[in-house]
Design a binder for this molecule. Structure first.
Ligand code: SAM
Length: 268
């Protein structure tokens, strides 16, 4: 299989999935993505960008482990999953229960191209869809026929909403998923934030994503908190990802993001 077999993959513009892959030290990116990251590295500092990506990825891993181990979740909808890398959601979930089911969703078709080869598994599915149209995911037969929305399920939106404009409204997207979830379900969210970020660094992030296939939107802590509406934040609340259920690993620590996990309580 070659990329020529996939004309829908944008080769001439950077994509968030491939830029993130490069920042994490992966190999599924092109020159245009490396150039975009080089702009980010010049503006913000390479260490800062790579640490932010790593800190985020580790948050994702700890959130999935917590949801599997502490909350008994066996179904995950990983929205904006990114390219397969080390420690993907299904690998972590299956360490707790090999029967755990995971659906990966991403707008970037390269995720499914690489994912089908690397994530192929009876309990794993990959769908190419745009979360800005939640019904394209929620009413997708591959999602619906595979996950049971009548049972608790975790939806992951990790490092994705800073690619959604105020007009497309992350709160509206989360609400559409929340309405299909039963009590005892969860949401996990992380987001790039303006809080603690200098004006210069904010401009650097925007410059890096200029021309990318999805726009960048940084948000303040209160704006990110609002996206959890309808869920109860589990301890320790909305915090820097490195402070969310930290483990013994020596993880990077930045002030670029907030992350948290919310639980859907019983409806009154
Ligand atoms: N969630 C993974 C993680 O945290 O490790 C990957 C995060 S990566 C920074 C952001 C991902 O969101 C990219 O793979 C990008 O293609 C995807 N994405 C951006 N906008 C999207 C949309 N509207 N619908 C689905 N995926 C989207």
């Amino acid at each position: 299989m070659t990329l020529e077999d996939h004309p829908q993959i944008p080769l001439g513009v950077p994509t968030a999935a491939r830029m993130y892959d490069e920042a994490l030290g992966g190999k599924d990116h092109f020159e245009v993505d490396r150039q975009a990251n080089a702009r980010l590295y010049t503006a913000i500092g390479e260490d800062r960008v790579r640490s932010t990506a790593m800190e985020n990825r580790r948050f994702l891993g700890r959130a999935v482990r917590y949801l599997s181990q502490e909350c008994g979740i066996r179904q995950f909808l990983d929205v904006g999953s990114g390219l397969p890398t080390a420690r993907n959601t299904h690998q972590i979930a299956k360490e707790v229960d090999p029967g755990s089911r995971v659906v990966y969703v991403d707008i970037d078709p390269i995720v499914a191209v690489h994912g089908r080869a690397l994530l192929a598994d009876d309990n794993t599915r990959i769908v190419t869809a745009d979360m800005r149209r939640p019904e394209s995911i929620l009413d997708n037969d591959e999602v619906n026929g595979f996950l049971d929305f009548g049972r608790p399920l975790a939806v992951l939106f990790v490092a994705v909403f800073h690619f959604v404009t105020p007009e497309d409204d992350p709160g509206r997207i989360v609400a559409a998923f929340r309405e299909r979830q039963v009590p005892g379900s969860y949401v996990a969210i992380s987001h790039l934030t303006t809080d603690g970020m200098s004006e210069q660094e904010q401009q650097g992030w925007y410059a890096g994503f200029t021309g990318a296939t999805v726009p960048l939107v940084l948000r303040s802590e209160p704006e990110i908190r609002r996206v959890f509406e309808g869920y109860d934040l589990v301890e320790p609340g909305l915090v820097r990802p490195c402070d969310w259920h930290p483990d013994e690993e020596d993880w990077p620590r930045t002030t670029s993001l907030f992350g948290g996990v919310g639980r859907l309580g019983p409806t009154s």
